[in-house]
Each structure stands twice: as structure tokens, then as C-alpha cells.
Design a protein around this ligand. Structure first.
Ligand SMILES: NC(=O)c1ccc[n+]([C@@H]2O[C@H](COP(=O)([O-])OP(=O)(O)OC[C@H]3O[C@@H](n4cnc5c(N)ncnc54)[C@H](OP(=O)(O)O)[C@@H]3O)[C@@H](O)[C@H]2O)c1
Length: 250
């Protein structure tokens, strides 16, 4: 897979960090997208084994070390047999370019794929489920169907009592996803005003690097019960690797 300058920069940043003591086996859906394709090389670099679910006939290129299996993300039984021996499941499937006009697609793809993934993981007794949700609550009219679907998926996760990390970014800045930089002055003002401060922090912008680090941290420090990683925690993510729990780089 051709690496962009930002992919290389991110890899170099991660290379110098101490490695986690335990190598995880990760099964990932939606790994071909903006976030997944940035996350997978970093997980591999940190010594984790990754198996990605691709749609049948997908032409997406994955890193050589990433194992690829074919199945339908909307039907858990089409890929259930490929999940083991994973101990960590990361769910990233979502309708591309979300907009308020895509309510029906959010229910048909985002909701169904997450529900299927949660159900098969509950059946298999998955050790840790990582769900990329969205910041909430948010002003009612902004992307209300998108947020409602993610809130529903979070409830399904809670009901199934999986050990879960729910990551809640609002917008992830990065290559090709830069237009909200223009909003930074508005964010600054809203963070400064006491009555808009909480909302501005909850719905703040995060960078792709910050989100990747938060996801890697989630993989390496699995939740016991349910854990929510909101925008402030995404921004402050770091890899908690004590010297005792550090694996030497080869
Ligand atoms: N980017 C953000 O700022 C942001 C913020 C909050 C939450 N999120 C959520 O985080 C998740 C990942 O975001 P992203 O930006 O990486 O999204 P993305 O680039 O649009 O990637 C979406 C992924 O979902 C897969 N997918 C879409 N429809 C599918 C279908 N019908 N069947 C099987 N797979 C399907 C795509 O596979 P193909 O490559 O095969 O199409 C791709 O791997 C999404 O759920 C998104 O809504 C993103």
C-alpha cells in the first residue's frame, strides 16, 4: 500500500514509543477507510496481529502483514468463523461522507453492521470490543439520525455486557479532512464563554494522530466493563507503558 507523508510521519512517531508487553490479536471491520487504513499499520508496527474483514471483491490494498478475510459486514454469520483467535474487535464500518440526508443508510449500514458485530462477539465471548461512535449529546438538528444510530449501538453494547471501549470523536482532522480548521476561531470563542464551554469541548475537533493513539491505547489497555473515551480523553491519549510492562523492540 503506498504510504503518504503523514502515514510515514505517524509511523516514525510511534516507532520511538515503548511497546506494550502483550501482543493483541485484533479483528477489524471498516479497516479500509480513512481511520482504519491509518490505524492498521500502527497496530502492526506495535507488534499486534491484525485480521481485516473486506467486502467480497474489494480491491483495497492492505499492508502485507495484515491478514485479510472476505465477508459481509452486514451479516455477522458471514465472518463469524474468521474472528477467533482475536481477543480484540474493532468496529469502524460506516456510510461514507455522512450527511443529514443519509438517515436511512445509517440505519441500513451503520446500525446493522454494529449490531451484527456485537451479537457475534457476545456469542463468542470476545474479550474486548472497541466501537467508534460519535460525540454526544449534540445540538438536536445536527446529524440527528447519525447520532441516534450510534446512541442505539452503544445501548446494544451495554445490554450485551461486553467489555467495551466506546470512542466518541466529533470530527477527525487529517489529510483530505481539513475544512473544519476554518472553524477553530469559533471553537476558541465557544471554549472561552462559560455557557458554551462544555459543548465546545465535547464536540471539539481531534486530529487523526490523536484518534489513532487513543485507539491504540484502547487496544493495549482493554476495558473492564464499559469505558467511554470522549474528545478530551482522545486529545490527551498516551500509551501507558510502564517500564515493567514494556516489551523490547526487536
Ligand atoms: N472521520 C470522522 O471524522 C468520524 C468521526 C466520528 C465517527 N466516525 C465514524 O468512524 C467510522 C470510521 O470512519 P472513517 O472516516 O474511517 O469512514 P470511511 O473512510 O467512510 O470508511 C468507512 C468504512 O466502512 C466500510 N463500509 C461502508 N459501507 C459498507 C457496507 N455497506 N458494507 C461493508 N463495509 C462498508 C468501508 O468499506 P469499503 O472500503 O469497502 O467501502 C470502509 O472500510 C465510521 O463509522 C464513521 O461514521 C468518523
Amino acid at each position: 500500500m503506498p504510504a503518504s507523508i503523514s502515514d510515514i510521519r505517524r509511523l516514525l512517531k510511534v516507532k520511538v514509543l515503548p511497546k506494550s508487553s502483550e501482543s493483541r490479536r485484533v479483528f477489524i471491520t471498516g479497516g479500509t477507510g480513512y481511520i482504519g487504513s491509518a490505524l492498521i499499520p500502527i497496530l502492526l508496527e506495535r507488534g499486534h496481529r491484525v485480521r481485516a474483514l473486506l467486502r467480497p471483491g474489494s480491491k483495497a490494498k492492505m499492508p502485507a502483514d495484515c491478514e485479510v478475510v472476505s465477508g459481509n459486514a452486514l451479516d455477522g454469520h458471514s465472518y463469524r468463523q474468521f474472528i477467533r483467535p482475536a481477543d480484540t474487535f474493532i468496529h469502524l464500518v460506516g456510510v461514507p461522507y455522512p450527511s443529514p440526508a443519509k438517515g436511512a443508510q445509517f440505519r441500513a449500514v451503520d446500525l446493522v453492521s454494529a449490531r451484527e458485530a456485537i451479537e457475534v462477539c457476545a456469542e463468542l465471548g470476545m474479550h474486548h470490543f472497541i466501537y467508534l461512535s460519535v460525540a454526544q449529546p449534540a445540538p438536536l438538528m445536527v446529524m440527528k439520525d447519525y447520532i441516534a444510530v450510534r446512541a442505539e449501538c452503544e445501548q446494544i453494547l451495554q445490554k450485551r455486557r461486553l467489555n467495551a471501549t466506546i470512542v466518541r470523536p466529533w470530527y477527525v482532522l487529517g489529510p483530505g479532512h481539513n475544512w473544519p480548521y476554518a472553524l477553530l476561531p469559533v471553537y476558541k470563542l465557544c471554549e472561552w464563554l462559560p455557557f458554551t464551554r462544555d459543548g465546545a469541548r465535547r464536540l471539539g475537533l481531534v486530529t487523526l494522530d490523536q484518534l489513532i493513539l487513543a485507539l491504540v491505547e484502547a487496544v493495549e489497555s482493554p476495558a473492564q466493563g464499559s469505558r467511554i473515551v470522549a474528545v478530551p480523553e482522545i486529545r490527551s491519549a498516551q500509551l501507558h507503558t510502564s517500564s515493567a510492562a514494556t516489551r523490547k523492540t526487536a
